[in-house]
Write a protein that binds this ligand. Structure first.
Ligand code: SAM
Length: 293
């Protein structure tokens, strides 16, 4: 399980205006999407050596599948540079996985702050941001792995607008492209749900759109409305299909090196972590090159 094969010849060019990224050669499958996030953070914290991680929809979707749970992969990733963790889950019976996970961690020095919030993330986000732990200079990442339409646009705005100085909180936002059309078209009642998710009344305009164009539209809104310097959609495929994209992971960041690091993470999502020193040196080299261009 987890092996990547070179199956698709039509992986999209993930470049965005102003940033040329090498073509993607191998797909990331849905069961490996948590590994993509963990690999990206592994690389990123080798540079920052610190950081905070917020997971808004944190309980495992498939607790029985080893290696598929983002919260566990990120919390247990070595070296343990991330210091602050906020795990949110609305369902009390599913939050038990999070309590267990936290209780099973070794004591680290310096001590980590790990908090489980059993609440709607659209409400809990205010508690996280008011905690005093997400300070301007702290590299902070937030995973939004919703089922479909749970995360309100206002929640994204709160995360993006939290820091008045420094780089904004980085977002890993999962857009359920594989079933979005059907899901949106099915709303005949509870119309407030898609409206809060999209943050506007014109959510029906998304129905019938090409998935890639729709993901790019999200990226444009992340940049234009929230002010992110970079926002890229990373396709996550259904294994065994002939190219069905189940998710686009919208990655929004103010760091110039972030899209390149995500590209590397995408390529290596399922591989064992590379040796620390060599990886750190090549990432610092990448950073230096970006700073001189
Ligand atoms: C797709 S699963 C998350 C999967 C997880 N990230 C993983 O790596 O396996 C979504 C989770 O969000 C929870 N959830 C749904 N609505 C929520 C909300 N408004 N606030 C917080 N959690 C919510 C669900 O109960 C479910 O456990």
């Amino acid at each position: 399980m987890g092996e990547q094969i070179n199956l698709f010849s039509d992986l999209p060019d993930v470049s965005a205006p102003g940033m040329k990224l090498p073509a993607l050669k191998t797909p990331v499958w849905t069961e490996n999407k948590a590994k993509l996030i963990a690999k990206y953070l592994f690389y990123f914290v080798l540079i920052t050596k610190h950081g905070a991680y917020i997971d808004g929809f944190a309980a495992p979707k498939q607790p029985e599948i080893e290696g598929s749970w983002a919260a566990k992969l990120v919390l247990e990733s070595e070296p343990r540079f991330l210091r602050d963790f906020f795990f949110c889950e609305i369902e009390p019976e599913r939050a038990k996985y999070l309590y267990e996970l936290v209780a099973n961690q070794p004591v680290t020095k310096p001590k980590r702050h790990t908090q489980v919030l059993v609440k709607d993330f659209n409400i809990a986000v205010a508690d996280v941001l008011a905690s005093g732990r997400i300070t301007p200079k702290k590299a902070t990442f937030c995973l939004i792995d919703q089922y479909s339409f749970e995360c309100h646009w206002a929640t994204l705005a709160a995360l993006a607008g939290h820091k008045s100085l420094g780089n904004k909180i980085e977002l890993f936002y999962f857009l359920g492209s594989g079933w979005l059309d059907r899901g949106l078209a099915g709303f005949t009642a509870n119309l407030d749900v898609p409206e809060r998710w999209w943050g506007r009344a014109d959510w029906r305009s998304l129905v019938g759109m090409n998935g890639w164009s729709r993901a790019l539209l999200f990226c444009d809104r992340f940049k234009e409305e929230f002010g992110y310097k970079h926002a890229h959609p990373w396709p996550i495929y259904e294994r065994g299909s002939s190219g069905k994209v189940m998710f686009h992971m919208i990655h929004a960041s103010d760091h110039d090196e972030a899209p390149l690091i995500m590209h590397r993470a995408y390529r290596n999502a399922t591989k064992a972590n590379e040796p620390l020193e060599a990886t750190q040196a090549s990432l610092l080299d990448l950073l230096a090159k970006l700073q001189t261009t």
